[in-house]
Design a protein around this ligand. Structure first.
Ligand code: ARG
Length: 462
């Protein structure tokens, strides 16, 4: 199959061509075309600079710029076709430009390499994605805050070890997730700092002999600053690793709330009912309504973690500067960006449309011992050392368990036998609502504390 006519843009020093299947192995156009728009925008900035600095004649720069702008329009209209024999998005664009404006297109690549070009494209792509992710997270966070406000007074069992521990406000539970997603958002905001640097002008690895103006291209592309070291500029993928790592933590958080939602809509819990619009049925069991979307988000955390480990492994031990290994940085980044942006919206939609069975949630705290701490605290507040109070209540719980009733069912006479510190008000103290209301320590589940958290969050979101 090999022949000695090589039409590649880099074909000069070659006598024979790659065979088709080898060419396909090396090509990235099937996936890096996702950066087409950014590739064109980067080229427009580069050629503008080449013209302004006089590195190429102004008229040539103008002709190239006009051609690139046309390509951008055609791309947006879905009219561009890419060819695997042009390897990647950069050479495809150059070849489309040559077809459009002729050999002057060949001046575009002056003082530039695909190494700084690809890094530039990825910085631009990720910057745009980060803005989208942060916006979507803000929406998810406001959905949580709204739901938390509605359910400030909804009582649910708080769990440790998945056992009823102490009654809490459902709003409080939701605000815990609000906090996780707020930290996620902050991590992505920090990620912007490292994505917002321009590698353009680093050329292949060492900079260039041409009098380029990197400040100008940096400004034209809207980056905060240029990389200060050309080797670092072409081989840094930390901004992507940060994105994958931040996304992994985000997916972990989403998988936690999804796991809870999956539990909550089971027959055992019946705490929430998902809207039909976010549920699916079974092909065999007519009664089924499954929380598939929550399960999928939980499941998709696997691919996002995989993408992180994948790129960490690509980067490990990679010598400076560019190596073709770096082409493996893209698919995981695209896949992660696409996965998390949809997952955030699905989760927000699912939460917004689900029905909370608040009466049932509250009821499930009535037939349990989640008020045992209330009794121990009651005695301790009256001066009994907490350890002794704990022991007394523990014994009483055992007694109740054997007799088949709960602390709120213990007759008053029995309470008085146990301790003369116990008065009639014990029955109100043992109610779930009282238990929640009284946990008014800063950040606790007390209604006033939940209201305070909600108010703070609303302020943060504006
Ligand atoms: N498609 C390549 C990549 O994604 C572009 C850079 C190619 N550079 C090179 N020296 N072969 O990494």
């Amino acid at each position: 199959m090999a022949n000695n006519e090589n039409h590649k843009l880099w074909g000069g020093r070659f006598e024979a061509s790659l065979e088709k299947w080898v060419e396909e192995f090396g090509a990235s156009i099937t996936f890096d075309q996702k950066m087409a728009e950014f590739d064109l925008k980067g080229s427009i900035a580069h050629v503008t600079m080449l013209g302004q600095t006089g590195i190429i004649p102004k008229e040539d720069a103008q002709a190239i710029k006009a051609g690139l702008e046309e390509l951008l329009e055609e791309y947006k209209a879905g009219q561009l076709e890419f060819d695997v024999s042009n390897e990647d998005i950069h050479m495809n664009m150059e070849s489309l430009l040559t077809a459009k404006i002729g050999p002057v297109a060949g001046k575009l690549h002056t003082a530039r390499s695909r190494n700084d070009q690809v890094a530039t494209d990825m910085h631009l792509y990720l910057k745009a994605k980060l803005a989208e992710v942060i916006e979507k997270l803000a929406n998810l966070r406001s959905v949580l805050v709204k739901l938390a406000e509605e359910h400030t007074y909804t009582i649910m069992p708080g769990y440790t070890h998945l056992q009823h521990a102490q009654p809490i406000s459902f709003g409080h539970h939701l605000m815990a997730y609000y906090n996780m997603f707020t930290r996620d958002s902050e991590r992505f905001e920090f990620n912007v700092k490292h994505a917002d640097i321009s590698p353009l002008g680093a050329a292949a690895l060492a900079g260039t002999t041409f009098p380029i103006d990197r400040e100008l291209t940096t400004e034209l592309m809207g980056f905060a600053k240029p990389y200060s070291n050309s080797l670092d500029a072409v081989s840094d993928r930390d901004f992507i690793l940060e994105f994958l790592s931040n996304s992994s933590i985000l997916m972990m958080h989403m998988s936690r709330i999804c796991e809870e939602i999956i539990n909550w809509c089971s027959n055992e819990f019946k705490f929430v009912t998902l809207s039909d619009t976010f549920s699916t049925g079974s092909s065999i069991m007519p009664q089924k309504k499954n929380p598939d979307m929550a399960e999928l988000i939980r499941g998709k955390s696997g691919r996002v973690y995989g993408n992180l480990i994948g790129l960490l492994t690509v980067m490990k031990s990679l010598p400076l500067a560019y190596n073709k290994d770096l082409q493996e940085d893209k698919e995981g980044m695209f896949d992660t960006a696409e996965t998390i942006t949809v997952a955030i919206d699905i989760l927000a939609g699912m939460l917004e449309t689900m029905t909370v069975n608040d009466a049932h949630m509250a009821e499930s705290t009535e037939k349990d011992f989640s008020n045992a701490t209330e009794l121990a605290d009651y005695l301790a507040a009256k001066g009994l050392p907490f350890r002794e109070a704990h022991e007394i209540v523990g014994k009483l719980v055992l007694e109740c368990t054997k007799a088949g009733y709960y602390l709120q069912d213990v007759p008053f006479e029995r309470y008085q036998e146990i301790s003369n510190l116990i008065e009639e008000d014990i029955y109100v103290t043992l109610q779930s609502k009282t238990a929640v209301e009284r946990r008014n320590s800063l950040g606790g589940t007390g209604f006033d504390q939940v209201k305070w958290q909600v108010a703070q969050a609303k302020q943060d979101l504006t």
